[in-house]
Design a protein around this ligand. Structure first.
Ligand code: ZN
Length: 246
């Protein structure tokens, strides 16, 4: 089993296409939500995802905002402006596809929990540190929970005296055997860990070795995305931040 795990594409088609080209052959794609919001190509990104056909496809807070399912009064002004712009871009078909997604999925067959934000609060909570990860471990039962939302790649495992954060180093496999794990693939379309390259996770499972996770970072044409953001009249800071990965 060879899985490409994506999250937080945020309407960045250049980043999504670069990741899919980098990924090559795979068995499945699992997508943890926020196809749209912030970026200039919401319609194209959802259409591309429909072609990719993820077997897991969650809704994120920005997807809900674009559908009018989430109160955006706690979004920052740029996110709110982008959400309103995004709403006006979506076709009925894309709206219907996003509307079919949920922010949490407990997959009994795979024994994996998928959430956009956190298992306690699948649409809102940011798991940003080990203390928050420790609380999250109480809200799912299996050995593995995949989450997004922070735009920062992360791996936590549950030790006897609390959650421990493990470094995720690009191209370096992390074995998940014999523990309980919370894993975040980072963001395809708007990374926030200081590395501007698109981020995703490769999960592989063999009978002999069990699951292992490998972070992947992929350069893409940031200037093309920035130019589209500015041409669309979206807030300029949404273009600038892509360059810094923040
Ligand atoms: Zn997001």
């Amino acid at each position: 089993m060879d899985v490409v795990v994506l999250s937080d594409i945020h309407a960045n088609i250049e980043a999504l296409d670069a990741v899919m080209a980098h990924a090559g052959p795979f068995d499945e794609v699992w997508f943890l939500g926020d196809a749209v919001g912030y970026g200039p190509d919401p319609e194209a990104c959802v259409q591309r995802l429909i072609d990719v056909a993820p077997t897991v496809w969650l809704a994120g807070n920005h997807d809900h905002a674009a559908l009018g399912k989430l109160d955006v009064s706690d979004f920052n002004p740029e996110a709110r402006e982008a959400a309103e712009w995004t709403t006006a871009q979506l076709s009925d078909a894309v709206r219907a596809r996003l509307n079919a997604c949920l922010p949490r999925l407990d997959d009994a067959a795979r024994d994996i929990t998928f959430v956009h934000a956190s298992p306690r609060s699948p649409i809102r909570e940011y798991i940003l540190n080990a203390a928050l990860a420790e609380a999250a471990f109480d809200s799912f039962s299996g050995p593995l929970c995949l989450f997004g939302h922070t735009h920062v790649p992360a791996a936590y495992d549950e030790a006897i005296d609390g959650a421990v954060r493990h470094p995720l180093i690009a191209e370096t496999p992390l074995s998940l055997v014999g523990g309980r794990w919370l894993l975040n693939p980072g963001s395809v379309g708007q990374p926030r860990d200081g590395d501007a390259r698109a981020s995703y996770l490769r999960l592989t499972n063999t009978d002999a070795d069990g699951w292992s996770a490998t972070l992947q970072r992929v350069p893409y044409d940031i200037e093309a995305t920035q130019a589209k953001i500015l041409a669309a009249g979206l807030p300029p800071r949404l273009a600038a931040r892509l360059e810094f990965g923040w």
